[in-house]
Design a protein around this ligand. Structure first.
Ligand SMILES: [Zn+2]
Length: 250
């Protein structure tokens, strides 16, 4: 049986003499792995379509044990020139995040579109760091870990402009003054700028963010909290899934 889907190549690993094992984030089926035979021969029909960051249409044969890529058609090759080394590194990091945070065959068209957009706009933006940090927040939000940025995580009180604002990674968002005075454990002080920025980044299309820039000092704060947040929730996600899998085995 053959199936067809658009997808973006997350990973491409050499296999045996002339084959490749390709990991694709597909529009219709989520993450899939398939083998492409004879790719590394000089006259392969696949050309460069199975390189990392390629957006293509894939025609795949559903095998009993492993799926086999039958045909490909490139729609957009996000980074074809080696001149853009820095942007390539940012793009490679985006596909790595998607690879790490997803399980095979879990369809998520929102995530697919977001990945396609970030790769597309990375080529145009002057601030690849801001764009990819925004991408991380939006990925977390799509996967169900949207931070609480308008209401206190503990008492649900609305957080308006305060002199001191605190963020708690584990509790998943901001903590109000009253709650902070009772228990400050695990809370990081953040700037009001960060609070307003992160609220915007969660709801602004990447096409718009790709045209914006912010000062270096603000990027540093954003980077620090983004990475703490992503690390914490991605590990949590993996742990949950490992746990669920171990249950299924019994
Ligand atoms: Zn509170």
């Amino acid at each position: 049986m053959l199936y067809k889907t658009e997808g973006i190549v997350l990973k491409s690993i050499e296999y045996e003499e002339a084959d490749k094992i390709v990991t694709i984030y597909s529009k219709n089926f989520g993450k899939i792995q398939a083998i492409a035979k004879g790719v590394r021969k000089t006259k392969s029909k696949f050309g460069s379509s199975l390189e990392i960051l390629t957006y293509a249409i894939f025609l795949i044969y559903k095998g009993r044990n492993v799926d086999i890529i039958s045909q490909t058609e490139i729609l957009e090759s996000f980074f074809s020139t080696s001149r853009e080394v820095v942007k390539f590194a940012f793009a490679a990091n985006c596909v790595e995040i998607v690879d790490k945070l997803t399980e095979e065959r879990e369809t998520n068209i929102g995530l697919f579109n977001l990945l396609k957009e970030v790769l597309h706009y990375l080529r145009k933006t002057n601030d690849p760091k801001l764009l990819t940090l925004s991408f991380r927040w939006q990925v977390m939000s799509i996967l169900g870990y949207k931070p609480s940025l308008h209401h206190c995580c503990r008492c649900d009180k609305t957080i308006n402009d305060q002199k001191e604002v605190y963020f708690n990674i584990k509790e998943g968002g901001v903590i109000c003054h009253n709650c902070i005075s009772k228990n400050k454990e695990g809370c990081i002080q953040i700037s009001l700028y960060f609070l307003k920025l992160s609220r915007k980044l969660l709801i602004t299309p990447l096409s718009v963010i790709s045209k914006a820039t912010i000062p270096d000092i603000r990027i540093k704060e954003l980077e620090k909290i983004t990475n703490l947040f992503l690390t914490y929730y991605s590990e949590k996600r993996f742990k949950t899934e490992t746990f669920l899998k171990s249950l299924k085995k019994d």
